[in-house]
Design a protein around this ligand. Sequence first.
Ligand code: PLP
Length: 398
Amino acid sequence: MADPSHSPLTTHHSLPTTDHFRDQGLYRVRRHIGSAQGVHIRYRGRDFLNFAANDYLNLADDPRLVRAARRAARRYGTGAGASPLVVGYLPPLRKLERDLARWEGTEATLVTSSGFAANLAVISALADRDGDVFSDALNHASLIDGCRLSRAAVHVYRHGDANHLEDLLRREANKSHRRLIVTDTVFSMDGDLAPLPELFDLAQRYDCLLVIDEAHATGVLGAGGRGVTELLLGAKDQTGGAELLIKVGTLSKALGSQGGFVCGSRQLIDYLVNTARPYIFSTALAPPAAAAARRAVAIVAEEPERRQHLLQLADRLRGGLSAAGFPETKSRCQIVPVMVGEATQALKLSTSLERFGLLVPAIRPPSVPDGTSRLRISLSAGHTEDDVDRLVTALRRV
Ligand SMILES: Cc1ncc(COP(=O)(O)O)c(C=O)c1O
């Protein structure tokens, strides 16, 4: 009789082969980077101009963050050693939560070990199998997985389409005890913005919580760098809407460190501390990462010129691409896609740009829908106008 432990389905050989992915242009590798993150990075022994990172404010290797991390490591060590609910809630983390709350103008914040974990934590703690979640069709994987984890009924509305969302809300009215609308505020592969004022209005009228992920907006958009909420909602961000608005951010992109955070009332944060499994059953953020993020929050407040320069570069890039005949996109921020279509073609273009010393990643399914592969240009406050012009010239040529 066959030994079930040797069934083909239990061996690695039953997994799809490398060729399976390669044939479709979907094979992924990890680039071996040989330097710190920055506008100039080392790859395959050569220097590249980097348009691939989410280090939007050029802080990931900033000496002030490095110093803060070093000081925290000397005093509190390199690892938190336990869940925050056991003995992992150390001073750098507590101070970071306090500073984030002050900066965001919210009663309290909760810092998680990644932005991904923050989204899993919030959605799975707030929605359950009796609930309904209304989710934008292009939401990030962490929001989608949060919905799955919650086991709520998920209703996907067409990307950025508040009318479609209202149809779905009307159809599902009064069926469940808790309803959530969840959306990215900046969509990471297109650089477009969610229609937040409309979503906020719908959340009020249909008695929903509005969970928004500011991962690509924190530190970049809004006069104070507080994201699309600040840009499009203004005072509602802080006052009347505070009870229905739950804002998630990441420390891993513009803030140059690692981790995620949730803003809300003290009651909400207490509830998450007591119920959110991705938070409770995971080691607290490491002290050096917390200290570096805290320094970054101060820099975002003190140096608005970083985000202003970044957004001016984005305007320049969009203008240059348009003048060169590339189709318009919906980008409104530092993320600018160049639409290609087929995955193999996008990959070929990305490789051609490497010959010009430029790193621009090809984004392919499943990160984007089939047939919409693209180059994703992501700008940094450390880029210069010349860097942007060099990229446009190279794109023209390839
Ligand atoms: C929209 C969005 N949310 C959340 C995350 C996850 O954040 P982190 O990298 O901190 O886990 C990402 C990361 O790519 C993202 O693009």
